[in-house]
Design a protein around this ligand. Structure first.
Ligand code: MF3
Ligand code: CO
Ligand code: CO
Length: 308
């Protein structure tokens, strides 16, 4: 792709002039080269979309059987291990593609399929979202830089079920305001988890997250939300991270879903890159995210993607 001229529209789809967007002096994240498809050994069980690249939604009970829950516990823990093992390699200079290769091997070492791989055509085994990237960043040849923040989002498919977890990490020496964003975002997810209670509406979760994040002066992303999960990566159940009066579904013991707030320093609005995946803040300010897969229990939530 020819780089745009200074006064031409930026390649990223922002609608702004290149010189005022991704121009030479900009510290914004740029799209890099994406490496070839990584194969998964034949003996590993694949989700239904692995060949076609199309996830077709089918009916799935919101309240899971004891058997599905047992499998989700094991897969969730394995996903958390992949996230931790991959994050251990984060340092200035490593590329997000190198992190993808590490994660890919860690899934396979646990006999798991990397759920993002060919999910609606996504080409990599995890999402890597740095700085102003809200979510769904595609691993590429961009080296992480000292002072970046980066989210790794790992989802594993094993024993017929998915486990989905992500966290934001500091790369080298990070400025105090970015560190505060990351801390407040983790706390916001924790507030959301604490709001899980059978008999209460889903809207309680977003209300708790929004209160904490906006109380700290930050924004809550509206366009990407938590989701029901189980035998499918994303079910029809929606978990907004802000208060929505429409989120009236009552939580029941045995339900499984994710809580994965994306919190912004500035505007919560997003732009999508021409790759169709990478969602960035519309103002270019930083954003962070944390995610767990949860089970509703008698007295709250069990985190299925916790490490031992
Ligand atoms: N793991 C993401 C989530 O939390 C979804 C990623 S979809 C992908 O829901 F295709 F980008 F991998
Ligand atoms: Co998720
Ligand atoms: Co995820």
């Amino acid at each position: 792709m020819r780089p745009p001229k200074a006064n031409e529209a930026c390649w990223c789809g922002s609608g702004n002039k290149f010189k005022r967007c991704h121009g030479d002096s900009s510290r914004r994240v740029r799209a890099g080269e994406i490496s070839p498809f990584r194969e998964v050994p034949k003996h590993i069980e694949r989700p239904s979309y692995a060949e076609s690249g199309k996830a077709v939604r089918r009916p799935e009970p919101r309240v899971k059987s004891a058997d599905v829950i047992e499998r989700m516990r094991r897969t969730g823990r394995a996903a958390a291990e992949v996230l931790a093992a991959t994050a251990a390699h984060i340092r200035p200079g490593i590329t997000t593609d190198e992190l993808d290769a590490i994660a890919h091997a860690e899934y396979i070492a646990r006999d798991g399929y990397p759920s993002p791989l060919n999910y609606n055509g996504f080409r990599k085994s995890l999402c890597t979202s740095a700085n102003e990237v809200i979510c769904h960043g595609i691993p590429d040849d961009r080296p992480l830089r000292d002072g970046d923040i980066v989210n790794l989002d790992v989802t594993m498919f094993r024993e017929g079920v998915h486990g989905d977890t992500d966290a934001t990490f500091l790369v080298g020496d990070v400025d105090p305001e970015s560190q505060r964003l990351v801390r407040i975002t983790r706390e916001s997810m924790e507030r959301g988890i604490e709001a899980v209670r059978p008999g209460r509406p889903i809207s309680d979760i977003g209300a708790a997250i929004q209160e904490h994040a906006e109380g700290a002066g930050y924004g809550v992303v509206r366009d990407f939300i938590g989701h029901g999960i189980g035998e499918q990566f994303h079910t029809d159940l929606q978990i907004p991270h802000y208060y929505s009066p429409h989120a009236t579904t009552v939580m029941e013991v045995g339900m499984t879903f994710t809580i994965e707030p994306m919190i912004t320093m500035g505007s919560y609005r997003f732009n999508l890159w021409p790759d169709g995946w990478t969602a960035v803040t519309s103002d270019g300010l930083r954003t962070a995210q944390f995610e767990h897969t949860l089970l509703v229990t008698d007295d709250g939530a069990e985190v299925l993607t916790a490490l031992d």
